[in-house]
Design a protein around this ligand. Structure first.
Ligand code: 6GU
Length: 242
């Protein structure tokens, strides 16, 4: 997978993508990331990338020309590459969207800034608009990093254990249950007995029930959309307010 990121602040990307799993994924060739400075594609003497909004009002708006020039230059001759504008007005980024994006060979991410981006970027250049949540960031850079991270860890080979992504929170529409490691008793707090039992079928059932319970307690909105078996429903029925 290759990511092309278009930003006015390329140095924001230096740290986060160069640690841990993302670093290893790049070193091993599963993913490559190119950060392009939109300012380099402004053709005027001062490399201006923003301007006052038509119609008045506060704030500045990112000009269309440098963004179009940057994306069209970098993606020249390419077809079928999603061009994603990061904006709080976009569709919500979820695990399902991460899986969808992981199916592409190359993805372009445009980081918006200031009060917004000239509407013609969303209309005539971007093929998609994505938001990472219902809050406002100072720019799309952190959102782009979130997407690169969530998508990269889904690529085959990136995680050591291929089963890990199947057990993730949200992978099947449920939150994950609790995890424990040694010591068996820490400050008097014991690990649930069942996990020490060696009964793998019972442990699997317990984990499923913990995931169901945690989702019911913390994110009941997810339960409505989750893939539940009759056994799951029977278990949850015990906790329904009667
Ligand atoms: Cl993609 N951009 C900005 N500026 N704020 C956001 C966002 C994106 N997603 C949530 N908030």
């Amino acid at each position: 997978m290759h990511f092309d990121i278009f930003s006015l602040f390329p140095s924001m990307f230096r740290g986060p993508l160069e640690e841990s799993i993302l670093k290893r994924a790049q070193e091993r060739g599963y993913v490559s990331i190119a950060v392009h400075n939109i300012r380099d594609y402004a053709t005027d003497k001062h490399h201006i990338t923003d301007d006052a909004p038509y119609g008045g009002g506060g704030g500045m708006v990112m000009k269309p020309e440098p963004i179009f020039a940057a994306v069209e230059t970098v993606l020249a001759g390419e077809t079928g590459v999603p061009i994603i504008l990061l904006t709080p007005q976009g569709r919500l980024f979820t695990q399902a969207v991460a899986r969808e994006l992981a199916g592409y060979r190359r993805i372009a991410l445009i980081c918006g800034h200031y009060e917004g981006v000239d509407e013609r970027v969303g209309q005539y250049l971007a093929t998609d608009e994505i938001s990472i949540g219902d809050y406002v960031l100072t720019g799309g850079e952190l959102a782009a990093m979130v997407i690169v991270d969530a998508v990269t860890r889904l690529l085959p080979g990136v995680l050591g254990d291929p089963g890990a992504v199947l057990e993730d929170s949200h992978a099947d529409g449920l939150l994950e249950g609790p995890h424990y490691t040694r010591p068996a008793v820490f400050r008097g707090w014991a690990v649930p007995e069942i996990l020490l039992s060696g009964n793998h079928a019972a442990i699997a059932r317990w984990r499923r029930e913990q995931a169901l319970l945690r989702t019911l307690q913390r994110r009941p909105d997810l339960l409505a959309k989750a893939n539940l078996t009759p056994q799951d429903r029977q278990f949850l029925a015990k906790f329904e307010p009667s």
